[in-house]
Design a protein around this ligand. Structure first.
Ligand code: MTE
Length: 306
């Protein structure tokens, strides 16, 4: 394909975003042309008005301090064990109340969407936070392509269940597979993305490769990793953490400093990578995305629907 000097890697001659997204390049109908030009135009420098310019968390911190119980409950377990996971080939079953259900390969999905960088604040329910530069596309694009039926009110997501590669799934304490859900209008909101990369790299396995949800105004547990199934439903779907404790983890899980966890305050958080003596930061309602999303909850009692 390419004749290149042996000391050059593909990543050296290709913009990093293209490299990261080689599946999209490979999947591209235009073949070589895509690899050389077209995909590059689609990928490079697509910045977003939704990005924050706050200080980004170091790549090392964002990829070594993780929650991904499929690989164990320790923060360091995902980085240790997630390399076992096979992420290629990967397909996503899209079904339920859609007119175009199907089992789509990730490559096919990536042909129909536009990737962009979104630098988002990310707030875990455990009261720590990061700022992460994701690469992804709007979930609304994928849902629109599946042609939702008029009575679809919720979107349910499911993580891969493969205990042979996900050692944490042998732990029967948790109800596998991990499942999550959004209301349809939340799923269609432009801030809601499916990420395939971060820090201009392919998504590391411990961060939910090859495809994970990111909903920046909600607690991190809503941002389900390694998704294999997306189902549109009329009824509110069950969600893993809500099943574990309805009192502690609501379906909505909007970041809210006024609603404390039964065991700790949500009024402030620790910034990951800030060091042992860094002061805690005040947590903002909707994680600071209120201007964009507060309207989704007009008239709802956010103490009750937490
Ligand atoms: N998705 C799955 N499948 N399994 C998990 O254990 N943990 C959630 C969420 N998505 C989790 C998951 C939680 S609690 C958080 S805070 C984020 O992933 C962590 O994402 P990060 O490791 O990329 O920071």
């Amino acid at each position: 394909m390419y004749r290149i000097k042996t000391d050059l890697k593909y990543s050296d001659i290709t913009p990093r975003a293209d490299f990261m997204n080689r599946r999209q390049v490979i999947a591209g109908a235009a073949g070589l042309l895509a690899a050389g030009g077209m995909a590059q135009a689609r990928m490079t420098g697509k910045k977003s008005r939704y990005s924050t310019d706050e200080k980004q968390t170091k790549f090392k911190d964002a990829t070594s301090y993780n929650n991904f119980y499929e690989f164990g409950t320790g923060k360091e377990d995902p980085a240790k064990y997630a390399d076992k996971l096979t992420t290629d080939p990967w397909s996503v079953e899209i079904g339920g109340l859609v007119n175009k259900p199907g089992n789509y390969s990730l490559g096919d999905i990536l042909k129909t969407v536009t990737l962009e960088e979104r630098i988002y604040r990310f707030r875990c329910v455990e009261a720590w936070a990061m700022v992460v530069p994701w690469i992804g596309f709007q979930l609304s694009d994928l849902i629109a392509a599946a042609d939702p039926a008029g009575n679809a009110k919720y979107v349910a997501f499911e993580t891969l269940h493969r205990p042979s590669e996900m050692r944490g799934q042998k732990n029967p304490t948790f109800p596998w597979p991990y499942v999550e859900g959004l209301r349809m209008d939340e799923a269609m909101h432009p801030l809601t993305i499916l990420a395939t990369g971060m820090y201009e790299e392919e998504l590391p396995n411990q961060n939910g490769a090859p495809l994970r949800l990111v909903v920046p105004w909600k607690y991190g547990f809503k941002s389900i990793k390694s998704i294999v199934k997306i189902t549109l439903t009329e009824k509110k779907p069950p969600t893993t953490w809500n099943q574990i404790s309805r009192r502690a983890y609501g379906f909505y899980a909007n970041v809210n400093p006024d609603v404390d966890h039964p065991r700790w305050s949500q009024g402030s958080h620790r910034v990951i990578g800030g060091g042992l003596f860094a002061s805690r930061q005040p947590t903002q309602k909707f994680n600071g995305y209120g201007d964009e999303v507060a309207g989704l909850y007009t008239g709802m009692d956010l103490q009750k629907f937490f």
